[in-house]
Design a binder for this molecule. Structure first.
Ligand code: UT7
Length: 332
């Protein structure tokens, strides 16, 4: 019997309608379009404005988009992995609710929480379930309602993040397409540089934590940038070398969309021109767990069977890594 690899066979995505542009942010905090554009590459981001709707809403829309585009019967799905940093609530996994809402009644589900690397780590997890031979359809969703944890009076974070969701379906492949290799890393040194102080078991919510704005994201941007720019490039270069690939052999870099300067540095180290780099940071900002699947959703029509893709991410924790995958289908 030939070896089973885990191939992506369908993608879907969703972003909310409301557009938060740099021009609007200029009226909210002391910033300007020129600073945001040159330092990050972001022009606008999408925000889920409706009250009472959380990350599950974004995830459900993305999953439904995938199901309808690929004509997949949700009852055939074995497992739903929900990658997110902003679950609907601290207890009662978001993925469980999402699976029920999309009609994946035969699936089991759980959340995978690893900041901006949640989706990348989720790809690894999904691949192992498929490679085991026991599971035939694993739905991996990455979604985040970042606006629920952002202080819109803090110019150092509110210009960066946006809301969105993306989904991919993993299925077994016996022709060698799908996940080929991975390098996943983490380092607790990052804990103080990108975090939410309160609301967890160390500092549960009190009136004081709310008054002190300790339920919002804090980021020491400079430190995170330094670690991100070197580590994301390192693992991306290493995965090329380990698989005897050069930039010429790679059709697409699928990078986490945190900062265009970090993406450019990674592409440069891999020897990739701009045309081979998936980019949507200008229109969505940093959607955390949704950046990678939203890239696939935006570029799906340009992907060809056999293309070599390198996924790369870096996020809070710190968490980071790279995955080498062979694309399995032509979408048109
Ligand atoms: O996805 C998870 C992982 N996260 C990342 O990878 C993010 C990594 N970090 C970054 O992308 C960048 O560090 C930022 C975009 C967050 C910040 O860019 P920077 O070039 O590192 O800026 P900085 O923090 O060094 O700030 C430079 C200056 C400061 O002023 P002074 O001290 O030089 O007078 C800031 O106060 O820019 C100021 N500044 C701003 N000015 C206008 C900070 N935020 C803003 C702003 N508008 N929004």
């Amino acid at each position: 019997m030939s070896k089973i690899t885990a191939a992506i066979t369908a993608v879907g995505g969703y972003v909310p309608d409301y557009v938060l542009s740099n021009q609007i942010l200029e009226t909210m905090v002391d910033t300007n379009d020129e600073w945001i554009t040159t330092r990050t590459g972001i022009k606008e981001r999408r925000i889920l404005k409706d009250t009472g709707k959380g990350t599950s809403y974004l995830a459900i829309q993305a999953a439904k988009d995938l199901l309808s585009k690929s004509n997949t019967n949700p009852e055939d799905i074995d497992m739903v992995i929900m990658a997110t940093a902003t679950p609907d609530m601290p207890v009662a996994a978001t993925g469980v609710y999402v699976a029920s809402e999309i009609g994946a009644v035969n699936a089991f589900s759980y959340d995978l929480v690893a900041a901006c690397s949640s989706f990348l780590y989720g790809m690894s997890t999904a691949a192992r379930y498929i490679e085991s031979g026991k599971y035939k359809k694993v739905l991996l969703i990455g979604a985040d309602k970042m606006s629920s944890i952002i202080d819109y009076e803090d110019r150092t974070t509110c210009i960066i993040f946006g809301d969105g969701g993306g989904a991919v379906l993993f299925e077994p492949n016996e022709e060698g397409f799908g996940v080929q290799d991975e390098i996943l890393r983490s380092d607790g040194i990052g804990r103080q540089s990108l975090k939410i102080d309160a609301g967890g078991s160390i500092l549960p919510a009190t009136q004081e934590t709310v008054a002190n704005k300790q339920h919002f994201v804090f980021q020491d941007g400079k430190t995170v940038f330094k670690f991100a720019v070197s580590n994301m490039a390192d693992v991306s270069e290493k995965i090329l070398n380990r698989n005897n690939l050069t930039g010429e052999d790679v059709q697409w870099l699928v990078p986490h969309q945190a900062n265009k300067r970090i993406i450019d540095a990674t592409a440069k180290r891999m020897g990739l021109p701009e045309e081979k780099v998936m980019m949507n940071i200008h229109k969505y900002g940093n959607t955390t767990s949704a950046t990678l699947p939203l890239c696939l959703n935006d570029y799906e029509n340009q992907l060809r069977k056999g293309d070599n893709l390198v996924f790369a991410s870096f996020g809070g924790g710190f968490t980071w890594g790279a995955i080498y995958l062979k694309w399995a289908y032509n979408s048109n």
